[in-house]
Design a protein around this ligand. Structure first.
Ligand code: G3P
Length: 218
């Protein structure tokens, strides 16, 4: 399973790269706004830092302008993936950009049928949002299960399931059990995944016992 981080915070990305866990990055207009940076500058910096795919989202809502924006974003770097909303125009833009060899990530997916549309348009990734479904009282992980099941029945579908809007370590664990290809995880949740009270307790005990020996490895 690939781990992407869902952020446009360059310092956070640098720190995570040092763990060797990071396979890619996703951004969206809200995350770009939060970074306070120019979209082209920050995406270029992230693409340079991260060898894997980096999603940058278009901001137009009509297909013709989305295609122009996508073509411009794609010139940033070979690992730039153009993110498009799952609308009629977004799917048209996905098909057009895919036909030009540009990688795409279709976002704001909330149903298995929508995921089918993205796959048929040749999307590289489909981004179903689990947390936002949970927010309205619908089990977001059921959507991941449905998409994985449907995609698995059609071996010609190459679109990867990229689980988005992850809010907790449990979302990640369930996505992994379902065989999702990618999870894009907010930095806060990545750090939560490391933690376990028994790890902390065990390490404290080891350190106390070690101190009592008076030894040093170095
Ligand atoms: O990048 C898309 C997605 O991960 C957003 O998550 O928490 O704003 O629903 P969230």
């Amino acid at each position: 399973m690939k781990f992407f981080v869902d952020t446009a915070d360059v310092e956070e990305i640098k720190g995570l790269l040092e763990t060797g866990l990071l396979d890619g990055v996703t951004t969206n207009p809200s995350l770009i706004a939060k970074s306070g940076r120019n979209i082209l500058d920050v995406l270029a910096e992230i693409c340079e830092l991260v060898p894997g795919p980096v999603s940058g989202e278009v901001t137009a809502t009509d297909a013709a302008t989305m295609i122009k924006e996508g073509e411009k974003l794609a010139t940033i770097a070979p690992n730039l993936v153009v993110k498009l909303p799952l609308t009629f125009d977004g799917i048209k833009a996905c098909y057009a950009l895919t036909s030009k060899g540009i990688k795409t990530n279709v976002t704001l997916c909330f149903s298995a049928n929508q995921a089918l549309l993205a796959a048929k348009a040749g999307a590289t990734y489909i981004s179903p949002f689990v947390g936002r479904l949970d927010d309205i009282g619908t089990n977001g992980m059921d959507l991941i299960s449905d998409i994985c099941e449907i995609y698995a029945m059609y071996p010609d579908i190459e679109t990867e399931v990229l689980v988005a809007s992850i809010r907790s370590p449990l979302h990640l664990q369930e996505a992994a059990k379902m065989g999702a290809d990618v999870a894009t995880i907010p930095p806060k949740v990545i750090h939560q995944v490391f933690g376990h009270p028994l790890t902390d307790k065990g390490l404290d005990a080891f350190m106390k016992d070690w101190a009592s020996t008076g030894q040093s490895i170095l």
